[in-house]
Design a protein around this ligand. Structure first.
Ligand SMILES: [Zn+2]
Length: 374
């Protein structure tokens, strides 16, 4: 690992932007991480980069020009027509026409494009606004308008980085990323996601032309099981691939308190994966992703930055840090009414160990055999 400081890519655009009062993405996320990291003294100017907004021409390295034009038009007019809904998935309940409907995703895309350039010679970049893994070439999908992980991987490639391992621990399967790199021998995609959950892709037997390893997991996935998955599957697969870069989509929706999935991890599981992937390649890009409980996301992703930037996570947050978490609101969710005290005064969850279920052991064993691991 080259001895360079990790860089955090952020933007103020995420602070007041909302998908609307009923949407899961009505909650602040990236701004919480920035505020908390600054309150703890973890985000000095030299480690912070402002995310540029990607130009349309940069987006069409993967997205269709007519779709990008429609996205820009819907932002300008704030009206999605019936055709926009049918053809582009714009103006739907999951992908509404909100005020920054082009600028916000274009900024997240710009961050991942910039990350690829910054990592040309090696290093560590954290871009928590990234991770929109459901975006399709000509269509918005699953809260994602663009696909910044795909654009970030293509950006790395333009810098001459060849072998890239993409690991995705979001509760949902990264269907857009898998579509982009289906059959690509220089991309290794590994996803752990909840079975029988939208978008219903990523079955155990689906290997995307040999480029992907998919592990669907049952409800209630616990820390013990994720540790097993990490040691028996994720790390050996990435190590065997010998990547020039690792891209981790570190969605925060597989934790117990998330409202959109039924997995039961603590944030320790995520942090252990973040830390253990780092030595496996000279370039490391960590993205955000899902995560709809504002406290869970803020605490988990701030802890990711602590790990990447070499800061120690305190047992109890100082008052300045607690103030950021105490100021959060989660309207319209019962868990927002009386949040437990540890959502305010800690970053680290209590670990959630549990039994290692046979179906997980069996699926991992199947994938290990199929992928030739011994
Ligand atoms: Zn998700």
């Amino acid at each position: 690992m080259p001895n360079v400081q990790a860089v955090f890519i952020g933007s103020e655009i995420y602070r007041k932007s909302s998908y609307g009062p009923w949407h899961p993405l009505r909650v602040p996320r990236v701004s919480t991480v920035m505020d908390l990291a600054r309150a703890l003294g973890w985000l000095p100017r030299e480690q912070y980069a402002v995310s540029p907004r990607a130009r349309p021409a940069a987006l069409t390295s993967w997205h269709r020009p007519d779709y990008i034009a429609a996205l820009q038009r819907v932002e300008t007019t704030q009206v999605a027509t019936e055709e926009d809904r049918a053809r582009y998935g714009l103006g739907t309940p999951s992908n509404p026409a909100f005020p920054e409907v082009y600028r916000r995703p274009a900024t997240a895309a710009g961050g991942s494009l910039l990350a690829g350039e910054m990592l040309a010679e090696g290093g560590v970049v954290y871009h928590p606004a990234g991770g929109t893994h459901h975006g399709l070439p000509g269509r918005a999908s699953g809260f994602c308008y663009l696909n910044d992980p795909v654009l970030g991987i293509l950006s790395l490639r333009r810098m001459g980085v060849r072998r890239i391992a993409y690991v995705d621990i979001d509760a949902h399967h990264p269907d857009g990323v898998e579509l982009a790199f289906d059959g690509d021998p220089e991309i290794r995609m590994i996803s752990v996601h909840e079975e029988r959950r939208w978008p219903f892709t990523g079955a155990l037997g689906d290997c995307a032309g040999g480029s992907a390893v998919n592990l669907p997991v049952p409800r209630g996935l616990n820390d013990t099981e994720m540790l097993w998955i990490r040691e028996a599957l994720i790390l050996p697969l990435v190590d065997a691939f010998a990547p020039d870069a690792v891209v981790l989509q570190c969605g925060a929706d597989a934790v117990e308190e998330d409202p959109l999935s039924r997995l039961s991890l603590s944030n320790n599981a995520h942090w252990e994966i973040v830390a253990s992937l780092r030595p496996l390649a000279p370039r490391y890009l960590v993205l955000g992703g899902g995560g709809y409980n504002p406290w869970s996301v803020g605490r988990l992703w701030t802890g990711v930055w602590a790990l990447l930037s070499g800061r120690e996570i305190p047992d109890r947050l100082p008052a300045e840090g607690q103030a950021v978490l105490r100021a959060l609101r989660w309207q319209g969710n019962r868990r927002g009414k009386s949040p437990p005290e540890h959502w305010f005064d800690t970053l680290r969850d209590t670990p959630r160990p549990g039994p290692l279920r046979d179906e997980i052991r069996d699926r991992v064993a199947y994938l290990r055999r199929r992928e030739g691991l011994r």
